[in-house]
Design a protein around this ligand. Sequence first.
Ligand code: ADP
Length: 490
Amino acid sequence: MFIVQIASECAPVAKVGGLADVVYGLSRELEIRGNSVEIILPKYDCMRYDQIYGLQITYDNLWVPFYDHHVRCSVFFGFVHGRKCFFIEPHSNRNLFNRGVFYGQNDDEERFAFFCRAALEFIWKTDKQPDVIHCHDWQTGLVPVLLYEIYQNLGLTHPRVCYTLHNLKHQGVTGEHILRASGLNRHNYFFHYDRLRDNFNHSAINLMKGGIVYSNFVTTVSPRYAWEIRNTDLSYGLGDTLHRHGHKFGGVLNGLDYEVWNPETDRHISKTYGIETIDGKYRNKEALRHRFLIRDAYKPVISYVGRLDRQKGVDLIRYGIFYALVTGAQFILLGSSPEHGISESFWHLKKELNDQQDCHLEIGFNEELAHLIYAGSDMIIVPSLFEPCGLTQLIAMKYGTVPIVRDTGGLSDTVFDADYAPRPYHERNGYVFRDFDRRGLESAMHRAIGLWHAYPQYFRELMINGMRCDYSWNHPGQDYLNIYEYIRKK
Ligand code: ADP
């Protein structure tokens, strides 16, 4: 099968969070299974160009309609760790993708609407006829709309669209001008509740809603989250749309690329290790402590790796740091936030805890360092308010690091409580708490730290149970192929 992924992120070149890992990992799995995969991305100035091999212009003078004019684009091709990637560069004085950041600009909706139009224009002009176009999140929600309303009439009749929702908190709710910008000119037709009009903000359009309405199949990234966004306020207003389109909607748990995340082969860690050689993990704990000048002591290292966002439970993360320290554990944090207030508060906390020998906060994005933290920690906390899938707990488990997570979304589907899960002991792999408050987190951390001190042998079993789990792309890769086959025949 020939699959084109259109996305705003792909690891490791353009990564903000899990979306990037999914686009890369799924593409790799599909290729291993004999399919041909191409990935189309914007050409951001802030990409990791050191991770692209053989970057060169492959198509110049791609003229893309935008409002009442055309913007000339160059399309580059390069390999990202073996994946075939196209990067679209618009030559416009608006510098659409030369902003030094991926997201967070006032005109994000316009930037990505343009990207959708450009990606389809490229597919059409180069006469590609993919069997499936797989697009992701609000940034590419317009792809199926443009395909079925414009490009199909121009001859792009073959592709079917699979659309994956990674986070419903961000839907691309924006003004009607985006319709004009992208050439969807029949205003009354598109600005309708059956199509792009937002369910609650009556004067706005919703790009994610457009993606759901027009795609042939819609997935989200875990079965639990699929239930939550249909039946709770985690849908952020799209529950009704998902119910209406329920016949073409399902949850597929994200996989993890064990080629990238594998303690047996990881080049970024101090000592590789596996289940049989788990003692090697302690060399990484030493290296981690050494790197951050944390003292060597008989204490567990607890960590947090991830975006510092309200979704991730920033107040609970902060509380978790203090709770770890007062109970005699050590804490390491790696995270960043584009939100000024949150960033500021963690810088403040960093200064406050600067002289602590048991704690280090690293504020920023550092892919290589993340590997060492997963390898060198004993436990990791993921106290999210909601979590569509969550990759940090999956990575942690692969590295024998015990996850302490809140009972929500993909965390509930993948972490099974050491004491209370209705599962056999050998399937229990972490700690889970229900209430999104300090007592909830504290009770789970208390149990985890307690086991580490009192019953190291049982703690080690938990670590190994996590390492044995198979959260690779093997199963979800097949699930996606089944979905692709299904929509091709429709
Ligand atoms: P989300 O997609 O909501 O950000 P996920 O848990 O699905 O959360 O994926 C997070 C991914 O981003 C993981 O691969 C994690 O290691 C990585 N990550 C997040 N923040 C950082 C950071 N500051 N430095 C390095 N890697 C990070």
